[in-house]
Design a protein. Structure first.
Length: 148
């Protein structure tokens, strides 16, 4: 397993196995939902992530077009807030202070991410386990997209 130190966390990831897991997943969560919020996110996902986050996902073997879960938490004026996660084969543990969640209304916080031990959502852990992948950890995100 490769080891990364990110945001006060030690992230161990099996990159090759994570890539195989994402190849086994047909589409991301937003493609399985027909609500307006998911359709909007799917159409604008390239604008949802920072370059740093995309590079991190790639280095972990994660296909950024296949979110495990994405939800729209509403919006404030001209933007919409989306939260979601990507599961990966690996583990996470605290190495110092873990990240905190700032006020999502703070305009300087347009994108946040962090890590959790275990799957982001129980059904994605079951899906990964059914595909033969474990242990599962998750990298989550909070992103703001301009409303269209």
């Amino acid at each position: 397993m490769d080891e990364l130190r990110v945001q006060g966390m030690i992230v161990r990831v099996d990159v090759d196995t994570t890539r195989r897991m994402y190849r086994a997943i047909q589409v991301g969560d937003t493609e399985t939902c027909s609500c307006a919020d998911c359709r909007y996110f799917a159409a604008h996902r390239e604008d949802a992530y920072t370059r740093e986050y995309l590079q991190l996902l790639e280095s972990m073997g994660i296909d950024w077009r296949k979110e495990n879960e994405t939800t729209c938490g509403g919006g404030f004026d001209e933007w919409r807030q989306y939260d979601g996660n990507f599961d990966f084969v690996g583990t996470v543990r605290v190495d110092g202070d873990s990240p905190h969640m700032p006020d999502p209304r703070d305009p300087s916080q347009a994108f946040l991410f962090g890590f959790t031990e275990g799957a982001g959502w129980p059904w994605t852990a079951l899906r990964a386990r059914d595909l033969g992948f474990a242990p599962i950890a998750s990298v989550w995100f909070m992103s703001r997209l301009l409303s269209g």
